[in-house]
Design a protein around this ligand. Structure first.
Ligand SMILES: Nc1ncnc2c1ncn2[C@@H]1O[C@H](COP(=O)(O)OP(=O)(O)OP(=O)(O)O)[C@@H](O)[C@H]1O
Length: 288
């Protein structure tokens, strides 16, 4: 299986924050959701993937190529969508098309007009006067109009209403009918990921905690509830994090098999959502 994005030992240091020795692979033909708390390093990682930020050390490759020698060839194949006004003051979608279109070999006017209409975007209105959702849609139209093989999005659904979020997820699913296409996007709305993500990459304090197929996460992670008398140094090894309350404990495991073996029927095992996993792993990189 080919990796369209490959980060090897990537390090980026800011004052008070660093992405440290990150290895991250994004598999071709799948949707990967990139999750993590505020300030975990999602945008920093995405900027390094887009060559908007240079790593202090390590290697960033897209489609097996690096930015030093193949920047244009790489960018040609990526559609980048992010939250922020990427458009020049006062320009409308038609102006943008005239400027951006010729820069791409695979630009397709028909697709451009089709999506602009589907998203209900006026072509002659200044984009700076678009609503936040409309700006996100405009950015998506541009990304889709050059037949990008890899779509990278930094929080594309932030600030969007639930209806459009759902439409966007449906659209992404439709785009994935083309099996060579890959989508990588960061989000705080983990329920969107249940709908479309094949893989989940989870970053915390600049460190990649896991990058796994969502089915595997479902199979391995669970919430476990039981009486405190069951806990001791040995039995706690089955957990990633334990929360003790006066009435008992609630814990997160990444190894349901080990929990069953250790506790049998004396505990209750429930499905852990991505939010549960993020919550319990927060600030806790090691087994307790
Ligand atoms: N150019 C910069 N200079 C200094 N520090 C920076 C810079 N860019 C990001 N940071 C810091 O790096 C850390 C990670 O920020 P980043 O934007 O990557 O997080 P994030 O996971 O995308 O967060 P959010 O979900 O809130 O958007 C933060 O502490 C931020 O202040």
């Amino acid at each position: 299986m080919e990796n369209v994005v490959e980060l090897k030992n990537v390090t980026k240091n800011f004052k008070g924050f660093s992405v440290n020795n990150m290895d991250l692979q994004v598999k071709q033909g799948f949707v990967t959701g990139f999750i993590g708390a505020n300030g975990a390093g999602k945008s920093t990682t995405i900027k390094m993937m887009m060559n908007l930020l240079r790593p202090d050390a390590g290697e960033v490759k897209l489609f097996g190529m690096d930015y030093k020698t193949h920047e244009k060839a790489i960018k040609e194949r990526i559609g980048f969508v992010y939250d922020g006004n990427v458009f020049f003051e006062g320009m409308n979608l038609k102006d943008i098309k005239h400027i951006v279109g010729p820069a791409y070999k695979h630009w397709d006017d028909t697709i451009f007009y089709q999506y602009a209409e589907q998203f209900g975007l006026p072509l002659n209105k200044a984009i700076k006067n678009f609503s936040k959702g409309m700006q996100m849609k405009a950015s998506l139209v541009i990304a889709l109009s050059h037949n990008a093989e890899l779509i990278i999005m930094d929080e594309p659904t932030s600030g969007l209403d639930p209806i459009f979020r759902r439409e966007l997820m449906d659209l992404l699913q439709e785009l994935m009918m083309d099996e060579s296409r890959t989508i990588f996007f960061s989000t705080h709305i983990t329920t969107d990921l249940d709908r479309i993500a094949d893989h989940i990459a989870f970053i915390q304090s600049g460190e990649l905690m896991f990058n796994q197929p969502i089915d595997e996460i479902d199979e391995n992670y669970a919430l476990v509830k039981g009486g405190k008398e069951l806990l001791d140094r040995d039995t706690e090894q089955a957990f990633v994090h334990v929360h003790r309350a006066p009435t008992g404990f609630e814990a997160l495991t990444d190894n349901i098999g080990a929990v069953k073996k250790t506790f049998g029927d004396s505990v209750v095992i429930e499905r852990a959502t991505l939010e549960d996993i993020m919550y319990y792993l927060k600030g806790d990189k090691h087994h307790v």
